[in-house]
Design a binder for this molecule. Structure first.
Ligand code: 5RP
Length: 231
């Protein structure tokens, strides 16, 4: 196991402690979240914890079912008590880039809907400024060439994400453009520009969607409560 995996596991295990019996839980996607699902599954098995979870991907849904966690949809719950998700980058202002795993649209819906957002990362994900990680943007297939050209004019080098020898498709049947900005000085302004392009479904800029940030550092976890006043 790599050092990053150890940190992801520590953060994922710590996040399971934020779930209480009777809660509805939003479950993100990715390798860090898989450790959370494992730890939550252990609590369901060992403590008889009763939880229902809304997964943000087929991958997370399968893993939850395998660990005995009930999978439900938004129509089955009155509210989402807590959501737990990973991130590709978290800035000093607690803004994030997400979507490395392609689940950005469902993840943004779930994090926005949740009463409490717990983000779990290894220490390499904490950055000063967003943008070293290419920004994922989910787009409908129709006219995506136009969207790609338009995004290129915003200072990025976008490319259509590939997988298995063809274009990658999200769980929603859309494409992902990975946009190399290098550095994103004003995430709010960029979000406004990108969301204004017809054909853009969602961006991987997650602004103001962190309540608790759990950072794995070695076998320890640093817990940071995000400043509620975002720039
Ligand atoms: C998936 C995501 C993930 O949270 C992000 O890519 C981090 O993944 P990992 O925990 O595997 O590093 O946004 O769409």
């Amino acid at each position: 196991m790599t050092e990053a995996d150890r940190e992801k596991r520590a953060a994922g295990r710590a996040a399971a402690g934020y779930v209480a019996s009777g809660m509805a839980v939003g479950v993100g996607t990715g390798s860090t979240v898989r450790y959370f699902i494992d730890a939550l599954g252990d609590r369901v098995r060992d403590e008889g914890l009763s939880v229902r979870g809304i997964p943000t991907s087929g991958d997370s849904a399968e893993k939850m079912k395998a660990r005995g966690i009930e999978v439900v949809g938004f129509g089955d719950v009155n509210k989402l008590d807590v959501a737990v998700d990973g991130a590709d980058e978290v800035s000093a202002e607690f803004h994030m880039i997400k979507g490395g795993g392609g689940a950005l649209l469902r993840e943004k819906i779930v994090l926005t809907a949740a009463e409490r957002r717990v983000i779990i990362i290894d220490s390499s994900k904490r950055v000063k400024t967003l943008g070293a990680f290419d920004l994922p943007v989910e787009v409908v297939p129709f006219g995506h060439e136009y969207v790609l050209d338009t995004i290129a004019q915003t200072g990025a080098a976008p490319r259509v994400r590939q997988s298995g020898g063809g274009d990658y498709r999200t769980d929603n049947g859309n494409l992902v453009l990975d946009c190399a900005y290098g550095s994103i000085a004003d995430p709010r302004a960029l979000e406004g520009v990108l969301k204004g392009i017809p054909g853009v479904v969602e961006t991987g800029l997650f602004l103001g969607l962190v309540d608790e940030l759990l950072v794995g550092r070695g076998n320890e976890v640093e817990t940071i409560t995000a400043n509620k006043v975002w720039g």
